[in-house]
Design a protein around this ligand. Sequence first.
Ligand code: AVI
Length: 369
Amino acid sequence: MARPKLKQMQYALFDSLCQAWPKRLGLARDCISNGGSPVEITNLTTGKKINDEKHELALNVLEGLSKRPRGLPSRLFYDDKGSELFTQIMDLEEYYPTNCETEILQKHSPAIAKHLANQEFNLVELGCGDGAKTTILIDSLIAEKAGFKFVPLDISEAAVQFLHKNLQEKYRDIPFPIQGLVAEYFQGLSWLSENASAKNLILFLGSNIGNLNKPMALRFLRHLWYSLNDGDYVLIGFDLKKDLDILYDAYNDKKGVTAEFNYNVLDRINASLDGNFDRSQFQHQGLYNVQTGAMESYLISQKAQTVRLGELDREFHFQPWEAIHMEYSYKYLQTDITDLAESTGFQILDNFKDEKGYFVDSLWQVRKE
Ligand code: AVI
């Protein structure tokens, strides 16, 4: 079957789904040795000039701080420091999704791998992070003698490099081809549809889909469907609705790493846009919204204050207790997942849950006429 054309990706999700695709896609290639097998990193973002990135950030911040209620796009979390902080969040005791998904993959990877036994395919991970969970699945795929090329994709070049290093060490004796992609999700999928011909298994783990609201999640899945072939597989991690105290603790951890993750956005704005946000004058809070079914993160101004962003030549006046919305993390019911799959052209093959029933990795297959 001819491979369909497609479009663009990442935590940029909210925005990049709505924005025009960058026209200039520079392809920077880095070859690293992986115990004899070449590891390639293709950076699809390097065609963007630093000025373009700054310009985009400036527009996002101008728009986000000017609107009421104020809100910044969650893509701003993921500079290299933010990606590192997120890795620390994943290790927190309170942040249950990591342990739940690890448990699911440890138990069910052999069943997932059976679907691809003795086949050639691309194992594509959207938003790869440190890949710790992925190696559990990779081990099962190797045991099933699947012939795959691993394509880790992340917006953070540091994250892709870090993952390469880990894989290099872990699989020194059983190397497989790796093609790292530094890109936003749909940039990466587009690249893949033009450069690869094998079957695909797409991993979208860790509840990344939870950072999209319903219309964005639908749009993302339709783009994904459009970029894949009939019979391709998708494994998506969904965080399920649960006890509110557990949710609260996961997004308001005792060590304050999640707060730091949010403050880092203010630091990033200060550094890039010549700003003077005083992070100590903003309180971080994660709250569950029963109506939307999402954990929502905020930075709340603790007093009347004015923030100046030199690059924008503009001041923003905050009233006491005025909030900046930072992130949505949507939680799902099982029926929400079924509806999503059915309305976007996927068939659910299996739902793998952890013992506590906090999280599900849902295995879908693309269905085309
Ligand atoms: C990346 N994403 C799925 C995380 C989440 O749970 O929404 C980001 C995060 N924000 C705070 N803690 C973790």
